[in-house]
Design a protein around this ligand. Structure first.
Ligand code: HEC
Ligand code: HEC
Length: 284
C-alpha cells in the first residue's frame, strides 16, 4: 500500500467518524428532550447506587467455590461462574447495592472473552467484584489493583485443577498442569495437551469448572482477610529468570537498576513464555 492509499483510507475513515459523531450527538439531543419531560435518569441512578467501595460482608469461601463450580455448567462458563458465585452470596448476605447488578454481566468473559482466549474468565469475573469492594479512588490506595495483580500471579503458579471440588465431580483426581499465565489460551491448551482432552470434552469442562471454583474460593478467602485487616499482599517474587528481566525492563521501580529501552513493557507475566533470554548467548 502506498502513502496515497493510506491517506485516502484515513480521510474516508474520518468522514465516517464525523458522521457517526453527528449521529451520536443527535441521539444525545433526543435523550435530553425526553428527560426534560420526566425525572433525569442519571440523577435517580446516582441516588440508588452509592459510590465505591461497596460493602463487603464475610462470606464462606467453600460455598463461593461450590457455587462457582456449579454455575460453570448451569450459567454458561467461567466468567459468570466466579462473578455470580460471589455476587449471589453478596446479594443474599449484604443486599443493596449488590442487588442492583445483573446476574449475567460477565457472561461475555467466558473462554477468555468472547472465545478470544485472553484473560481467564474466572479471573475476570472475580476481579470485577474485587474492584467494586476495594476501589477507593484515592491515588495512594491501589489495593484494588494490588489484590488483582497478586491474584493473577497466584493463578499462573497453580497446578490446576485442584481436588477441592472433587466431591461434586464425576471426574476426580484429574491431571494437574501449571497454568503458567493468566491467559485462557495458555492455561487451557497446556492442560488439554497434557490430559489428551479436547476443548469440548467433559474432562475439560470439569477442569475449568474446578478452576472457577478454586478462583472464587481463593478470592473470598483473600477479601475476608483483607476486610479483617489481616491480608498481607504477597510480594511478587517470580523465578530468577523472570526476576532479572524486570530488573532492567521495569516497571517495578524498586527492582530496576537500569531502565532498558525506556521501560517499554508493563506486566507481571512469565516473560520466558513469549521471549527468549537475550542476555544468554544461547538464546541469540
Ligand atoms: C542487564 C539488563 C537487561 C536484562 C537483565 C534483560 N534485558 Fe532485555 N534488553 C536490555 C537492553 C539494554 C535492550 C536493548 C538493546 C538490545 O537490543 O540488546 C534489551 C532488549 C530487549 C528486547 C527487545 C529486543 C530483543 O532482543 O528482542 C526484549 C523483548 C527484551 N529485552 C526482553 C528481555 C527479557 C524477556 C529478559 C529476561 C529473560 C531481558 N530482556 C533481560 C536490557 C536487559
Ligand atoms: C504473552 C506473551 C508475552 C509475555 C508474557 C511477555 N511479552 Fe514482552 N512482548 C511480547 C510481544 C508480542 C512484544 C512485541 C513484539 C516484540 O518486539 O517482541 C513484546 C515486547 C516487549 C518489549 C519491547 C521490545 C521492543 O522491541 O521494543 C520488551 C522490553 C518486553 N516485551 C519485555 C518483556 C518482559 C520483561 C516480560 C516479563 C515481565 C514480557 N515481555 C512478557 C510478548 C510477551
Amino acid at each position: 500500500m502506498n502513502e496515497g492509499d493510506d491517506r485516502s483510507g484515513l480521510s474516508s475513515r474520518r468522514t465516517v467518524l464525523k458522521e457517526s459523531a453527528a449521529l451520536l450527538l443527535g441521539g444525545a439531543t433526543g435523550a435530553t428532550a425526553v428527560t426534560a419531560l420526566g425525572a433525569s435518569p442519571a440523577a435517580s441512578a446516582s441516588a440508588d447506587v452509592p459510590p465505591l467501595p461497596w460493602k463487603w460482608v464475610r462470606l464462606d469461601p467453600l460455598e463461593a467455590g461450590r457455587r462457582a463450580y456449579r454455575f460453570y455448567r448451569t450459567k454458561g462458563g467461567c466468567g459468570t461462574a466466579s462473578y455470580l458465585s460471589l455476587l449471589s452470596l453478596l446479594k443474599e448476605k449484604a443486599g443493596h447495592p449488590w442487588t442492583t447488578l445483573p446476574d449475567m454481566m460477565m457472561a461475555h468473559a467466558a473462554a477468555g472473552f468472547g472465545g478470544h482466549g485472553t484473560l481467564c474468565g474466572a479471573l475476570a469475573g472475580a476481579s470485577t467484584i474485587i474492584n467494586l469492594a476495594t476501589y477507593t479512588g484515592k491515588s495512594d490506595e491501589q489495593q484494588n489493583n494490588q489484590i488483582i495483580d497478586r491474584l493473577f500471579w497466584w493463578y499462573a503458579e497453580q497446578d490446576f485443577p485442584t481436588e477441592r471440588f472433587d466431591d461434586l465431580s464425576p471426574l476426580k483426581k484429574q491431571v494437574k498442569v501449571r497454568a503458567m499465565s493468566p491467559l485462557c489460551h495458555t492455561s487451557v491448551s497446556k492442560w488439554t495437551v497434557a490430559a489428551g482432552a479436547t476443548i469440548k470434552s467433559d474432562a475439560k469442562i470439569e477442569r475449568c469448572s474446578k478452576v472457577a471454583g478454586e478462583v472464587a474460593y481463593t478470592v473470598t478467602l483473600a477479601l475476608n482477610e483483607f476486610f479483617d485487616g489481616k491480608w498481607k499482599p504477597p510480594v511478587w517474587k517470580p523465578d530468577k529468570e523472570v526476576w532479572h528481566c524486570v530488573g532492567c525492563h521495569g516497571p517495578d521501580a524498586a527492582l530496576a537498576p537500569q531502565k532498558a529501552m525506556n521501560w517499554n513493557q508493563q506486566g507481571h507475566m512469565d516473560c520466558l513464555m513469549c521471549h527468549a533470554d537475550h542476555t544468554k548467548a544461547a538464546a541469540r
